[in-house]
Structures are given as C-alpha cells and as structure tokens.
Design a protein around this ligand. Sequence first.
Ligand SMILES: Nc1ncnc2c1ncn2[C@@H]1O[C@H](COP(=O)(O)OP(=O)(O)OP(=O)(O)O)[C@@H](O)[C@H]1O
Ligand SMILES: [Mg+2]
Length: 235
Amino acid sequence: MMVKLQDICKSFGEIDILHRISLDIDKEEIVCILGPSGCGKSTLLNTIAGLINPDQGDIQTNIEKIGYVFQEDRLLSWKTVYENIRLVDHSKSAEVLNKLIEEIGLKGFENYFPNELSGGMRQRCSVARAFNYQAELLLMDEPFKSLDYFLRIKMLKQLINVWENEKSSICFVTHEIDEALLLGDRVIVLSNRPAEIVGSFKIETRQKDRKLNSETLVEIRSQIIDLLFESGNSI
Ligand SMILES: Nc1ncnc2c1ncn2[C@@H]1O[C@H](COP(=O)(O)OP(=O)(O)OP(=O)(O)O)[C@@H](O)[C@H]1O
Ligand SMILES: [Mg+2]
C-alpha cells in the first residue's frame, strides 16, 4: 500500500464535494479517476496530496515524494522548457533530460519559454518535469486535456513508455473514458457531485498490449457508460 483513503468526506461551505471515498493506491499501480466535470476530482487529488484536509475520514500513506501535474500548468515563465524540467532535479545529465524531452515530444523546443508554447506543449512540459522529479506517487490532473483525441492517445503512449522505466505509482484524473481504459490498472468511476465511487474496474492487460476495440475494453467501456448515466451523470 502507498496510499489508503478511508471514508473521506469534504464540503466547501454548504456544498458536499466528496462523499465517503475509500481508495487504495498500490506501489507501481496506475489508478485512473474518471468522473464528470465539477464532481470533485481535483479536490480528491488535492486531498491525496495533503493540500486539503478532509472533514472526515482517514488518509494513510508511506510516501515521502509526491509529484503533481496540476490541471493548470505551473511552469516558470522566465525559464525555458529545458530549465523548467531540470529545476526539480539538477543532478540529471543533459543526456537524460534530452531523452525525456524527446519522449514527451518536445525535441527542438528545449530553449523555448512557456509563453512561446501551445497549451498542450506546456502541459507536456509539466509532465516531463514531474517525471524528472521521480516521485514515488505522481498525481496527474487531466494533463492532456487541451490536446485533440489522437495527440492525446499518442501522449498517453509516451507516458506509458516513461512509466515502464520509472514505475512510480500514478493517480490520473480524467473525464475521458478512453484515456482511463488505456492507462489504468484500475479505473475508478465517480458520480456527479458529491462525488461517490460508483464503480471500480481492474484491467489486467498490460498497458502496451491494450487495444480500445478489444472485447475486454469495449465491454468495460459499455459498463462505465451505463454507470455514468445510471447515476445521473453526464460527461
Ligand atoms: N477551494 C474551494 N472553495 C470552495 N469551493 C471549491 C473549492 N475548490 C473546489 N470547490 C468546488 O468544488 C467542486 C468540485 O471542484 P473540483 O475542482 O474538485 O472539480 P473537478 O471534478 O476537478 O472539475 P473539472 O472536471 O472541471 O476539473 C466545484 O463545485 C467547486 O466550485
Ligand atoms: Mg479538476
């Protein structure tokens, strides 16, 4: 176990956001949190990160190093792509950093500043920086949201490549079913606000061998869609 949430509840003022969320994240595991817009996904990640205290429930963790790719990128505007990635760990060689930059698809943009990049490129830079940090647990909040469908799938494949080498645990938030199906060892489905866990799917196939049109993933996708609509959700 790396993180164990038990019966987490959180409200902001009168509004209930998280309702009795219990969730474990294991070593080297990718857990995808899938839920509709505004249901409380970022709040849940912030709670796992320790940035928000729950009103009720318990969080146990034995992790010291948590990385976080926030929903909005938090790059330093006065530093280049290369410098932004390097700043979380100065000990890495240029060779290692350049390999990471290439894997995430930013080769050729090393010396660009954030305001010279597209939104998607900034997000990828944040992802590369998070990997350079080599956290034990990496929290990712819709890191590819401003990319089109095909680029997003391509980025996921690159993310999987990097993860296969690093094998950190990842908690990945998204509202895209296909992203969750390609990435998650487990996919946790949340209801509309207040977010409750309405489904949990374990996917045994190795990420690299997954195909969206395989029988297994088609079946899980259809169950997820049923769940989302049954619980009054809209995505
Ligand atoms: N610091 C805060 N103070 C008050 N309300 C908040 C705060 N943070 C979030 N909320 C409320 O909590 C709810 C859930 O927000 P959250 O950002 O967790 O949703 P989300 O699932 O990440 O949404 P999205 O898919 O749009 O990113 C929203 O109604 C939001 O207004
Ligand atoms: Mg969010």
